[in-house]
Every structure is written in structure tokens, then in C-alpha cells.
Ligand binder design. Sequence first.
Ligand SMILES: [Zn+2]
Length: 237
Amino acid sequence: MQDKINQFLKLQEIDIEIAEFEKSFEDLPKEISSLEKKIDFENIKISNLKEKINELEKEMKNYNNEIDSIDNKISEQEEKLFSINSTKEFEALQKETGDLKRLKLEIEDSQIKAMESADSSKKALAEMEEFFTNDIEPLKNQIETLKSKLKEYTDKKSKLSIERDSKTKSLDQDFLTKYESLMVDNPPVIVPAIGETCSYCCLTIPPQTYIKVLQKTEIINCPHCRKILIPEENLNE
Ligand SMILES: [Zn+2]
């Protein structure tokens, strides 16, 4: 049992190393995705604004066509005015022409508004694109650097895991199963009992449990935190 404990204490050293190593880069994926989101956000803003400008330009073209067709109608009607003899018909036609002219003014008004909106949108787009070039484009390099760092870490971690696997093959499999199931809560898994107290959760263990820990004939778990308990002096051997 003493040998087993020593072997598993060595395994635990590797596991603590792996856990600390993982902790050192656990934030990297989050950092990368937050930078990517930032870039996406700016891209969406720019493409939305471009779409808006396109719409406004289409609108302006439509207004132009409408104005052209109204102009045609007005000149047709003005020509007709010369060939009319009845006053009533003349007045009716004149009223129609007046209505068309008013409509034309309204459309021209909307056209100016669309033009102004397009102008200010274009100005905003130029600013956005400048910001993108200066502030957002460099983030792409930053992401590449972080990604290669992450790859380096992942490679090193898988190397450590392979090393670990080769070690666990020669270990007592029953002890290993219990050890691995406790690894879910991260190392350490094996902790010393200091007197009748678990050094991990600091709770008191029953005297008969403590005696079993000192006897070292079987695996004893802390009744509170489930860690595997060993006598204190074992840690220094
Ligand atoms: Zn405990």
C-alpha cells in the first residue's frame, strides 16, 4: 500500500502540473472569440450601412423617374389647354395640372431628404471604414498570434497527457479508478490527514477512520470531501 501511495503521489504531481498549465491558457479561447465578435460586429455595421445607402440611391432614382413622368404629363396637358374651347373643361384641366405640380413639389421634397440622408450615411461609412482599417484590422493579427499560442499550449498539453497515460498503465487499476473518479473535481486527489482533520476540507474525521488511514491497508476517503486520505508523514517520503 505504501508503494501504491507513493506512485499515486507522483501521478498527482503530474496532474497538478497539467491542471496549472491548463489554467494558464483557459482564458485564451474566450479572448479569441471576443476579438472575433468585435470584428464581426463592425463588419455587420458597415454592410448594413452600405445596404441603407443602396436603398436610398434606388429611392432617389425612383423619385427621378416619377418626376420625369409628371413633367411629361404636365406638358401634355399644357398643350391640350390650347385646343380647348369650353371654360369648364379648361378649368378642370387647369386644376389637374395644378395638382400634378403640387405632387411634383412633394416628390422633390422627399428626393432632397433622401439625398441628404444618403450624404450623411456616406460620410458615416467613410468614418467607419477608416476606424476599421486603423482599429479593427490589426485585431486580425492579434487573433492569429493568440491562435498559434493556443495551438502551442494544446500540443504541449496533449504531450503531457500522453506521458501521463504511459505512467498510469503500470499502476494499480483499482486505485486508479477511484483516483480518476475524484479527478473530476481537479487535483489534489490525495491529501494528508493532519491528526483527525482532513487537510483539504478542514473537517474532523471520525477516530476509527483516522486509525484506518494510519494503517494504510485500504483506500480511505474523507467522509466529507471524498478526497483520498493518507497519513501526514507520507507526504514527505
Ligand atoms: Zn475532506
